[in-house]
Design a protein around this ligand. Structure first.
Ligand SMILES: Cc1ncc(COP(=O)(O)O)c(C=O)c1O
Length: 477
């Protein structure tokens, strides 16, 4: 006889209330924590039992351990002074959506395994497309990350090349030339990873040089395609980026689209970070030309207040995407026609109900609220850039088209700038007051401040700037 194991409904209700209070208090006080976790490697593991408990414990006890065992090892991405990488800003409505989707726990592999999950996903993605000025008719789906979205897009591109790789594979085929994809030297490593996973290979992932503002050069793209064609290599796709990871540069998508059209290549746009900026009417043009893409990715978990994970993959060629991935086992066959079965458009069969949190975010903030938040971040980044430009001894290393600023301190020529700026960065991060990351641009070490948290105010950015200057002065004393 099976008896009820686990918390009673009353215990669960109590724990949920407690967890809700915990979340609200945490979000209210997150700015008081050191942003970067202050633990050494292995310190958290050392506090955890070696083996799982034999008997179940109360949720109350477990919740108490969150503060004691887990929080010390948390780097606070919710902190308003989190300026590293690209912030992921998990807003309240997104957190509520995440909780509810866990509670519903539906698996939207087929339309019938939760019609609401499939239909809400389709409608919410159409909303976002419209919000960003992209074709509303594009097919859209939610994946976990931009890395997965790009992998899927390039799998569709490979399928669209008509080489029957789906059935015949790539190994040992005398009829198959090397397949090449093209992207810039500034592109995210997810493009290379997709090429590795798809059997294209890194060697055939052409990294085209960029101009003085880190934008892919279309003339060199065309040259590379011509050279490959002349030597028997088959170009299949180009990946353009709107908001590159290091400097947030914007590739000239329209010119790249012209080339893709001329050579009949699939155009994928990686706007994982930058896409959200198109919500702001003055920034609509950042996506100019993207309406001509075959596929497009943007991540609400980067700059659209949605807790990780949530990446949107759009394509105007859903049939190619479906051909790349659809495989319907007998037990998954259904009678419904005219429905979208999301399992057909990617690797995973099971899929989370991610649309719920995105839908809640969009409804709770409205297009206007989201646009104002993003515009605020862009304005703060401009302010920071202006301070850097105006301050002797500081140097900006890239334009600031979005909300990320790359810069360094140059107190005197002839100094080892990498060592000096690394030390500034580490001192700021060790202070706990802010968290920054770095990159290299044209070989120069750059401190990188990305503004993207919904709680970041002008005061936080001003404090960061004061802290940077004070740290640099201290280092020189
Ligand atoms: C331009 C760009 N593309 C793709 C990615 C990968 O995103 P994800 O972590 O969702 O795979 C990033 C991550 O920062 C990025 O900056």
């Amino acid at each position: 006889m099976n008896t009820l194991i686990g918390p009673t409904p009353q215990e669960l209700r109590r724990a949920l209330h407690e967890a809700a209070d915990w979340v609200a208090s945490y979000l209210e006080t997150v700015g008081d924590y050191p942003v970067l976790a202050r633990v050494t490697p292995g310190a958290i593991a050392a506090t955890l039992p070696w083996s799982a408990p034999l008997q179940g414990e109360s949720l109350e006890t477990i919740l108490q351990d969150i503060d004691r065992l887990i929080l010390p090892g948390i780097t606070h991405w919710n902190h308003p002074a989190f300026f590293a990488y690209f912030g992921i800003s998990g807003s309240g409505p997104g957190i509520v959506g995440e909780l509810l989707s866990a509670a519903l726990n539906v698996n939207a592999m087929l339309w019938r395994t939760s019609p609401a999950a499939t239909e809400l996903e389709q409608r919410t993605l159409a909303w976002v497309a419209e919000m960003l000025g992209l074709p509303r008719a594009w097919f859209g789906e939610i994946t976990d990350t931009a890395s997965a979205s790009t992998l899927y897009a390039l799998a569709a591109a490979r399928e669209a090349a008509g080489l029957d790789i789906r059935e015949q594979g790539m190994a040992g085929r005398a009829d198959l030339p090397p397949l090449a994809i093209y992207t810039s030297t500034q592109a995210h490593s997810s493009i290379d990873k997709a090429a590795i996973a798809l059997g294209i290979g890194r060697r055939w992932t052409r990294h085209i040089e960029t101009d003085g503002e880190f934008r892919l050069r279309p003339d060199l793209l065309q040259q590379a395609i011509e050279t490959d064609l002349a030597t028997g290599v088959k170009p299949i796709a180009v990946v353009a980026t709107v908001g590159t990871t290091s400097s947030t540069s914007i590739d000239p998508v329209s010119a790249i689209a012209d080339i893709c059209q001329r050579y009949r290549l699939w155009l994928h746009v990686d706007a994982a970070y930058g896409g959200a900026a198109a919500l702001v009417s003055s920034h609509r043009e950042v996506l100019a030309g993207c309406e001509r893409a075959d596929s497009f990715v943007t991540n609400p978990h980067k700059w659209l207040l949605t807790p990780i994970d949530c990446s949107l993959l759009y394509t105007r060629r859903p049939d190619d995407l479906k051909r790349a991935f659809s495989l319907v086992a007998e037990y998954l066959r259904t009678d419904e026609s005219d429905v979208v079965n999301l399992m057909d458009y990617g690797l995973s069969l099971g899929r989370r109900f991610r649309a719920l949190k995105l839908w809640m975010v969009i409804r709770a903030y409205g297009r206007d609220g989201l646009a104002r938040l993003i515009e605020g971040h862009i304005n703060e980044a401009r302010w920071l850039a202006q301070q850097i430009d105006a301050e002797p001894g500081w140097e900006r290393l890239a334009p600031v088209p979005f909300s990320t600023v790359c810069f360094r301190h140059v107190p005197a020529r002839g100094m080892d700038l990498e060592t000096h700026n690394t030390a500034i960065l580490e001192a700021v991060n060790a202070s706990g007051a802010a968290f920054l990351s770095h990159t290299k641009l044209n070989g120069a070490y750059a401190i990188r401040a990305a503004i993207g948290n919904h709680a970041t105010t002008h005061e936080h950015v001003k404090r960061l700037w004061d802290l940077l200057r004070a740290t640099a002065v201290r280092r020189l004393q």
